[in-house]
Ligand binder design. Structure first.
Ligand code: PMP
Length: 411
């Protein structure tokens, strides 16, 4: 039956009266192809969700990353619910705070300590504070088009962000060691920290993996210049390696930021650090209304344990490889130039002969109308709940969508 979005559209209209933009985030910053995507979800289970009109989707967005084990996962949800019966936001914290910090230190080979917050932006901001406090320096180096949250220091040209907000931020191209070395020399003794994502995952562009030796080079330059090396693993964390993406790429950062997949959808984030950062982390004042919430900690403990037990990163990667191969071969059979970039577990799709995303938009629209929820402007996420059958069904749907793209664009 053809997918329609009558209820979604009505609800969106209602939402715009009381919520600026109706739905926040990417729905508005990137056009979502009117008439082909739902606005609201009714329920989600495993790798699927159902919208308010009753349409079912295989979901390749996974809430932009938090969902790694499958929606409404019994073990994680029970851990959360059981702890919630003992209270939620308490001061002092529960002993789960210690258990979770111990678990983070055990799992993450760059971690000697861990602290917890709610969002990814809490931890990336916190990392800049610790880096600045470490040697009392001001400047932070980031990668062009990198994303570290909506806070003003991390924003680029977003509304309401002033040049002063960004006055101590220096931008370099991702992966360009010579450019980094240059800014270090030009700002000798002034750079507090360098924060990069483990690989480059900008929006509207193919993803870029670090060249061999890049991270080791970054580590060396940072050590030679007393610069705190920060990895923002908020997005990729636990989909590449349970020990963290730094382990995957063979280096040790001074600070690592985690969020998204840590508790399979419950709100908690973590900043971990090495021994050398312990003193400054003990001195810096950090707190938040819900940072001690224990049910999220129980969910995170269960989630990390489950990810270890089933090798979630391995499953995400294997299913992602199946998806990449299937889609690329299917597109080629239609004479289309289509590629997936980035890690298999976190892929970005693009048609290599276009820059305006018209083919990608049409492809995603036709997939959405057939029950496959893809993104054209942002990387997608594979979860450990995606089955081989999900991927095969996706490729069958993609076959029909590629056919339509070929008919409309000719190649
Ligand atoms: N860093 C990265 C790499 C991210 O992908 C995100 C979120 N997309 C953030 C930081 C910010 O996380 P949050 O939205 O939870 O504040």
């Amino acid at each position: 039956m053809a997918y329609t979005f009558t209820k979604s559209k009505e609800l969106f209209k209602r939402a715009t009266k009381v919520i600026p933009q109706g739905v926040y985030g990417h729905f508005n910053s990137a056009p979502t192809i009117p008439g082909s995507y739902p606005y609201f979800v009714a329920k989600a289970k495993g790798s699927h969700f159902w919208d308010v009109d009753g349409n079912e989707y295989i979901d390749y967005v996974c809430a932009y990353g938090p969902m790694i084990l499958g929606y409404a996962h019994d073990r994680i949800d029970e851990a959360f619910a059981k702890q919630a019966r003992n209270g939620t936001a308490t001061m002092p914290p529960s002993t789960l705070l210690i258990e979770l910090a111990e678990k983070m230190v055990e799992v993450n080979d760059c971690a000697d300590w861990a602290m917890f917050a709610k969002n990814g932006a809490d931890t990336t901001s916190w990392a800049t504070v610790l880096a600045r406090g470490y040697k009392r320096r001001n400047k932070i180096v980031l990668a062009n088009s990198g994303y570290h949250g909506t806070q003003p220091w991390a924003g680029t040209n977003h509304t309401g962000i002033t040049p002063t907000d960004r006055s101590d931020i220096i931008m370099v191209p991702f992966g360009d060691l010579a450019a980094f070395q240059r800014v270090v020399e030009e700002n000798r003794g002034q750079i507090a920290g360098a924060m990069f994502t483990p690989y480059h995952h900008p929006v509207f562009e193919p993803q870029v993996l670090p060249a061999p030796g890049f991270w080791q080079g970054m580590r060396r330059i940072c050590d030679e210049n007393d610069i705190v090396l920060i990895i923002d693993d908020v997005r990729a964390g636990w989909r590449l390696d349970i020990k963290g993406s730094a382990h995957y790429f063979g280096f040790k950062p001074d600070l690592a930021c985690y969020c998204k997949a840590i508790a399979n959808g419950y709100p908690i984030s973590a900043l971990v650090g090495t021994e050398k950062m312990r003193m400054v982390a003990s001195k810096a004042f950090q707190t938040g209304s819900y940072w001690n919430n224990s049910p999220e900690m129980a969910a995170a403990l269960a989630c990390i344990d489950e990810m270890q037990k089933i090798d979630a990163a391995g499953i995400c990667s294997a299913r992602g490889a199946q998806l990449r191969k299937g889609l690329e071969e299917c597109a080629a059979s239609h004479g289309l130039q289509f590629k997936m970039s980035g890690p298999n577990a976190i892929p970005f799709m693009h048609f290599t002969n276009e820059h305006n995303f018209k083919r990608a938009q049409l492809f995603c629209k036709e997939c959405s109308l057939r029950g496959v929820y893809f993104l054209w402007h942002h990387n997608m996420f594979i979860s450990a709940a995606h089955t081989e059958a999900d991927i095969q069904k996706t490729i069958d749907v993609a076959d029909q969508a590629f056919k339509i793209v070929k008919e409309q664009f000719g190649g």
